[in-house]
Design a protein around this ligand. Structure first.
Ligand SMILES: [Zn+2]
Ligand SMILES: [Zn+2]
Length: 154
């Protein structure tokens, strides 16, 4: 998603409203794939002073992935406080800073990083998900499988 900041660069210090939505590609994190089920929404405001632009907005995303235990599909709605500062590319000597070039800001990598930071440590379809049987692979949330329990050590 891209924010056009032409007006804000011409009017330093002035606050502008922001409402953009758009689709984004799925992304991978720690071996799992996350997809955006519906278009993302970013709503808030921004302003630019001396080639630095500050965006404060709410990011709404619906993210889909698989349960870490039973591999069924999980959908999470996320409302994230998106507060980021971007500096003009040529002026930035600090590689840690987010940059923009020209008169628009490409928000994609900042959005994905914000979503990753808001992910739970482990995504589960429910707190007490029973997972899959290690032997036959059936989903134990749907009932017991035919496998015998391992013998208990005496
Ligand atoms: Zn599960
Ligand atoms: Zn089984």
């Amino acid at each position: 998603m891209v924010l056009d900041i032409q007006r804000a660069l011409k009017n330093p210090g002035e606050k502008f409203g922001l409402f953009i939505n758009g689709r984004m590609e799925s992304f991978e994190f720690a071996g799992d794939t996350y997809e955006f089920i519906v278009p993302l929404e970013l709503k808030g405001g921004y302003s630019c002073i001396a080639d630095t632009c500050i965006i404060k907005a709410m990011l709404r995303a619906e993210v889909g992935t698989l349960c870490a235990r039973c591999l069924s599909k999980v959908e999470m709605q996320m409302d994230i406080l998106f507060s980021e500062e971007f500096v003009r590319e040529a002026d930035s000597e600090n590689p840690e800073r987010r940059v923009y070039a020209g008169e628009s800001i490409d928000l994609d990598s900042a959005i994905i990083e914000n979503v990753i930071l808001s992910l739970p440590i482990r995504v589960l379809c429910k707190q007490d998900c029973k997972g899959l049987c290690a032997k036959c692979g059936s989903n134990l949330n749907e009932g017991k499988c035919g496998c015998r329990k391992p013998h208990m050590a005496v």
